[in-house]
Design a protein around this ligand. Structure first.
Ligand code: FMN
Ligand code: SF4
Length: 594
């Protein structure tokens, strides 16, 4: 333990006791100890001159940081709706039973903890789990049995079967972004040759819009940042990819990282920033080592560092910061807080990051795919890009397809592709509904499968989940409403309280106790959340309920107890534990409706 403490002390001194790095220090402690011990909190408090309560506030905010030891094996099952559809529940129960573990509680011998976490971005190869940050995909009974044995025999993770940790790219359809490769440095050279103004003109003509969901014009964003008065500017790559069902950034970072870093460097040169950060979701920690290696190779090739490609004054370098299991940190202002080592609470906007971002300096925040597209546009030109796609959505979109289809994976399509085309290509038959854009997105019924992926119609960061006729869509709604409850940062009442009320009402429907009064209540709560939540998470958290109430009313109405009023609290059910303790189950031990 002393060795670990001295490792942490070295890290602190090598990084100049930086407050911005608090979250990174805590992630390191979590990784080395399997938790953040109190003495380490005190060490950080002393060395960084931050009150311990504030540090504990950060620990408590992030799902991957813990105050109690998780043991030698910290196992977290991915619990997205697609993992559930693939049978993760039975596998979780099986492993808990085999290892004698209660879900969420460390085993007494401190060897293992089994828990669940939100979508881990492996939906095309699920069910999946993370063990000490490493992904194990394609889980089945055999793998679970073996994992149980490996844990019991204390086999170090590095000696587990290599096949467990294989995560395929699973690219099923490539178009301009995934197939037309560029030479290392080609985009940067083109910027050096043409100059920033000409390049930004090209970017504008290309029509590139952000690929992280909102679809803001990339050229406008970069211009605003460049024109903001400041002594420093920053470039941030949003690799938080937390939207359930999205995993295309995982593939870009795994196999196209050079192009992504090229796009970030291009951006740095175009807006006048010298420092870039990749905010990498904690679930993708397993990619960190390779990404660091790619960065080093680019430094060695003078594609990062000072006087890039010999251009005097073109200085830019990139660091990677890890997230720690908080979906809200994908929201750009929360991300910037997290990047500064704080809790990921979304800021008031305006001001927007382009004028006041990281360290309150002008900052570009773009999605991974946006940077890659920008790099290719710099090399191949605006026409190459905007000759594909639809009027307001030029180029292509990477889609992450999962659920009830025979060929899940990554599909790159020109914007304007229809849902029915996508379903044909991925081998989906007998489809009841398609969830576009993840938990915060839209549930599309069969009658609307002619609709198109584009900013004009169905906008998405990339998540497409397919549900066949055998699925109960209320399972999906339950999973999403639980997800939003768990992921709310708790800052504002409409989301914190509204989300919980909504989740409880969905459960009431599922239990068969709800009435039409409850359905009206769900609509009212949803509208309040949409109108008054502080950020995009709360504003979209009611979407799954409102959407399905509108498009799939039967999943609610067929379960209603009656049309009158039914209290949320079921007094008779609440006495069940007392009945078990006393061994009484006669008429007198029940409270019956008159
Ligand atoms: C709750 C929430 C989560 C988000 N998660 C992500 C994410 O994981 N990745 C991403 O690029 N954008 C995410 N966004 C959008 C970002 O706030 C921001 O718009 C985006 O990173 C800008 O990049 P772009 O212009 O390239 O799309 C999220 C937004 C919200 C409200
Ligand atoms: S809407 Fe939710 S996530 Fe956003 S600030 Fe409010 S509580 Fe936090």
């Amino acid at each position: 333990m002393k060795v670990i403490k001295s490792k942490i002390e070295t890290l602190l001194s090598e990084t100049n006791y930086s407050h911005d790095l608090l979250l990174q220090y805590l992630c390191t402690a979590q990784y080395l100890y399997s938790y953040v011990p109190e003495r380490i909190v005190r060490l950080f408090a002393d060395k960084l001159d931050i009150p311990p309560a504030k540090i504990l506030g950060v620990v408590d905010f992030y799902a991957f940081l813990h105050r109690e030891a998780r043991g030698d094996f910290d196992i977290m099952f991915s619990d997205s709706i697609t993992d559930r559809m693939l049978g993760n529940q039975a596998l979780i129960d099986k492993l808990c039973m085999k290892l004698g573990v209660e879900l969420g509680k460390p085993r007494n011998d401190e060897r293992v903890t089994i828990d669940v976490t939100s979508c881990t971005g492996i939906c095309d190869q699920g069910p999946a789990l993370l063990v000490n940050g490493m992904v194990v995909s394609n889980l089945d009974d055999t793998r679970i049995d073996l994992i149980g044995d490996l844990v019991e025999s204390s086999t170090p993770i590095c000696d587990w079967p290599e096949a467990f940790f294989v995560v395929e790219d699973n690219i099923q359809r490539s178009d301009m972004l995934l197939s037309d490769d560029i030479a290392h440095g080609a985009a940067i050279q083109s910027l050096i040759n043409d100059g920033s103004s000409t390049f930004l003109e090209t970017l504008e003509q290309s029509g590139l819009r952000g690929r992280g969901g909102a679809g803001f014009s990339t050229a406008t964003k970069w211009r605003l940042c460049r024109n903001a008065q400041a002594d420093e500017r920053y470039v941030v790559c949003n690799a938080d990819e937390g939207e359930p069902g999205t995993f295309k950034d995982r593939v870009l970072l795994n196999s196209y990282a050079d192009n992504v870093f090229e796009g970030m460097t291009l951006c740095g040169g175009a807006v006048g920033a010298e420092k870039g950060y990749v905010y990498l979701r904690g679930e993708y920690r397993y990619l960190l080592e390779d990404l660091e290696e790619t960065l080093q190779k680019r430094r060695d090739a003078n594609l990062l560092g000072n006087n890039i490609l010999g251009e005097e004054g073109f200085n830019f370098d990139i660091d990677i910061h890890l997230g720690a299991g908080a979906y809200i940190c994908g929201e750009e202002s929360a991300l910037l807080e997290s990047l500064s080592g704080k809790r990921g609470i979304p800021r008031d906007r305006p001001p927007f990051p382009v004028t006041s971002g990281f360290r309150q300096k002008p900052t570009i925040v773009n999605n991974v795919e946006t940077f890659l597209a920008a790099a290719k546009i710099a090399v191949f030109g605006a026409k190459w890009f905007n000759s594909i796609g639809s009027e307001k959505s030029s180029g292509t979109k990477l889609l992450s397809i999962s659920g009830d289809c025979s060929r899940p994976g990554i599909y790159e399509y020109p914007f304007g592709v229809s849902i029915s085309q996508i379903l044909d290509d991925c081998g989906a038959i007998d489809t009841q509904a398609v969830q576009v854009a993840g938990a915060a997105g839209e549930t599309i019924p069969a009658a609307e499968f002619g609709r198109k992926i584009s900013f004009e119609d169905l906008s998405t960061a990339g998540s497409i989940m397919v549900f066949n006729q055998q699925r109960d869509l209320l399972d999906m709604v339950q999973n999403f409403s639980q997800f939003f409850c768990h992921e709310s940062c708790g800052f504002c009442t409409p989301c914190r309280v509204g989300g919980t009320l909504m989740r409880n009402l969905v459960e009431k429907v599922a239990a068969g106790h709800a009435t039409s009064y409850d359905l009206d209540e769900m609509k009212n709560i949803g509208l309040v959340m949409q109108k008054t939540a502080h950020c995009g998470l709360g504003a979209t958290a009611a979407n799954p309920v409102l959407n399905t109430l509108n498009k799939f009313p039967d999943i609610y109405t067929t379960r209603l107890a009656h049309t009158g009023y039914e209290p949320a609290f079921n007094l008779d059910a609440s006495l069940e534990i007392s009945r078990q303790i006393t061994g009484r189950d006669d008429e007198g031990a029940h409270i019956r409706d008159e």
